[in-house]
Write a protein that binds this ligand. Structure first.
Ligand code: TRP
Length: 342
């Protein structure tokens, strides 16, 4: 089935499990903002609280993290008028369609998911049933809007492919062309942000050292200090990309600089090649502070007004349901579930 009959629509989600880093900003949110600005798509962004509880979440922390993630989206540039911004649990159609997909997806498909294998670890018997079914809920997130484009990190590509398999099997089994085959939109290497302490590891909220990451809530002084102390090597910067081979820390700082200044690593190196880190780091620090400090300030402002955040989320959920409810109803009709005619 070609997707030509479907409205170009972007859906993506982030788990409200706490600790937003520069990796979330450059790898996800900034790209979501770019897609909103492009004007080519309807854009729908979701705080996936139902996914978060597939592993234990303290209730108070989940509520705080959901509001903080919402503040992060808005501070990063998501406009809740132009995009639809909401938390997953408030649009019950996600869970309802997920049940149908639990009956379409096969156990064997789920067992092959690398995230399941990684997260369940050795003790699979003790993992939640929700963790196993996670990809079917993700497929429902996307397909309940008939979304056509799904910006995700490399680690989620397999789940988007599974979403296509679920859509194709549903369409085939029920002899319809109802669900689109969505495309993953994968981030480039330049937006993969690595640890400031070890350029071979992804920047992570769970790294024990806070110096390994820049948090979206860090203030200007903290950002500057972390960049000043970031690990580097003794050589000057190369003028071309090839020269970053086997220099993961240098590569990471160049990538961050390029992403923050909306340019490419080649262009950055053409400008800074030959400089020592002692000269480059203050440049990076100034840029990072200029870009990120306003975001953390805006997040703090929004977090001081949780009622405003809750109003935004309520309105977002209403708008999401306007799209989701008729698609669920038509799905039920296709499956043979008796109810109000459409
Ligand atoms: N699984 C995604 C992650 O952990 C989050 C997510 C849930 C998602 N539903 C989605 C991403 C739908 C894209 C589309 O990063």
């Amino acid at each position: 089935m070609s997707e030509s009959g479907f409205t170009p629509r972007v859906f993506s989600g982030i788990q409200p499990s706490g600790g937003l880093t520069l990796g979330n900003y450059l790898g996800a949110m900034k790209r979501f903002v770019d897609m909103q600005e492009e004007g080519r798509f309807e854009t729908i962004y979701c705080m996936v609280d139902l996914h978060a509880i597939t592993v234990w979440q303290d209730p108070a922390a989940l509520a705080r993290n959901t509001r903080e993630l919402c503040a992060g989206f808005i501070a990063a540039g998501i406009d809740p008028e132009r995009s639809i911004l909401f938390n997953q649990s408030q649009v019950p159609e996600h869970a309802q369609l997920a049940w149908i997909f639990n009956c379409v997806a096969r156990m064997g498909w789920m067992q092959r998911m690398t995230q399941w294998k990684d997260k369940a670890g050795k003790n699979r018997e003790n993992a939640s049933l929700g963790l196993f079914a996670y990809p079917a809920l993700m497929a429902a997130d996307i397909l309940i809007y008939h979304a056509t484009h799904v910006p995700v990190g490399e680690d989620q590509k397999q789940h988007v492919e599974l979403t296509r398999d679920i859509a194709a099997k549903f369409n085939h089994d029920y002899k319809v062309e109802f669900f689109p085959l969505c495309e993953p939109v994968i981030e480039g290497a330049a937006t993969r942000v690595m640890s400031l302490r070890d350029g071979s590891k992804k920047m992570s909220k769970s790294d024990p050292s806070d110096m390994s990451r820049i948090n979206m809530t860090d203030d200007a002084d903290t950002i500057a200090k972390k960049i000043r102390k970031a690990r580097t090597d003794p050589d000057p910067l190369p003028s071309e990309i090839d020269g970053l081979k086997d220099r993961p820390e240098a590569r990471n700082l160049i990538n961050i600089y390029a992403a923050l200044s909306d340019t490419t690593p080649d262009k950055v190196l053409a400008e800074v090649g030959g400089k020592q880190f002692s000269e480059f780091k203050p440049m990076l620090s100034d840029l990072a502070v200029a870009r990120l400090a306003p975001i953390s300030a805006e997040m703090a402002r929004l977090m001081a007004d949780p009622a405003e955040i809750d109003r935004i989320l309520t309105r977002g959920a209403e708008r999401a349901r306007e799209i989701a409810a008729p698609i669920l109803r038509r799905t039920y009709d296709i499956v043979g579930m008796v109810g109000p005619a459409t």
